[in-house]
Design a protein around this ligand. Structure first.
Ligand SMILES: Nc1ncnc2c1ncn2[C@@H]1O[C@H](COP(=O)(O)OP(=O)(O)OP(=O)(O)O)[C@@H](O)[C@H]1O
Ligand SMILES: [Mg+2]
Length: 231
């Protein structure tokens, strides 16, 4: 990150240790890095290297055993669970490998939900949903339910949902992992497009080295440690 770029995310010595009876599993071991405004960073590593654990900590879904995370300069360490949840809803969008859409809600409702949870006024929510449907190319599918969509379409809905609150940080955990390679490419192009259009910072984890070509920067982790960084 150069001196001109505003820092969005910083991790300082972040470790995560899982205790399982007698066993200690060090999933993350003193991870330190920062990400600037508008950057697209790929975290790559093989299965079990700690990628999902890392995204869960950054997304405030779990807390580190050691170290601290700063989003727009704000430390996670002093926050209560409720404050962390609010921070996540307001500032972070997450896209998962298995889409995680709510099956009983329509496409429109799935996209709107995070904004409604923040009690945003309905007219504003409706406008945002309309423009997101346009951007991800699903206007004609807005009344569908998730089971009436293809995998690629479900992931488009998930991306729109992740952007509804205009997050400063978008997290994606193997967003193409459950799609064929052509559809995966389309999703990567869409992620690239939305990060430019919304000036959102994107942190994506994957085990697929090919995918990191799309990113500005690549951070490789192995056994919970950063082993390499490339631009
Ligand atoms: N809740 C948990 N309790 C105990 N150990 C866990 C837990 N979650 C993850 N681990 C362990 O931490 C390590 C990192 O797991 P993680 O899910 O972060 O890997 P990953 O890089 O996302 O792998 P994959 O590519 O398979 O998704 C693994 O050894 C895993 O078994
Ligand atoms: Mg994982």
């Amino acid at each position: 990150m150069d001196g001109m770029t505003q820092e969005v995310l910083r991790l300082e010595g972040v470790s995560k240790v899982y205790e399982q009876g007698e066993r200690r599993i060090v999933a993350l071991d003193e991870i330190t890095f920062s990400v600037g405004q508008g950057e697209f960073v790929a975290i790559i590593g093989s299965s079990g290297s700690g990628k999902s654990t890392l995204l869960h900590l950054i997304g405030g879904l779990d807390t580190p055993t050691q170290g601290d995370i700063f989003l727009e300069g704000r430390s996670y360490a002093g926050l209560s669970d409720d404050e962390l949840t609010l921070l996540r809803r307001e500032k972070i969008g997450i896209v998962f490998q298995f889409f995680n859409l709510l099956p009983t809600l329509t496409v429109w409702e799935n996209i709107a939900l995070p904004a409604l949870l923040l009690r945003k006024p309905m007219p504003e929510v409706a406008l945002r949903v309309e423009s997101l449907l346009e951007m991800v190319g699903l206007k004609s599918r807005q009344e569908h339910r998730p089971h009436q969509l293809s995998g690629g379409e479900m992931q488009r809905v998930a991306i729109a949902r992740a952007l509804i609150n205009r997050p400063s940080l978008l997290l994606a955990d193997e967003p193409t992992g459950n799609l064929d390679s052509q559809t995966g490419l389309e999703i990567l192009h869409l992620l690239q497009k939305v990060t430019v259009q919304y000036q959102t910072t994107l942190l994506m984890v994957t085990h697929d080295r090919e995918i990191s070509r799309f990113a500005h920067r690549m951070i490789q982790i192995r056994d919970g440690r950063i082993v390499r960084e490339d631009r």
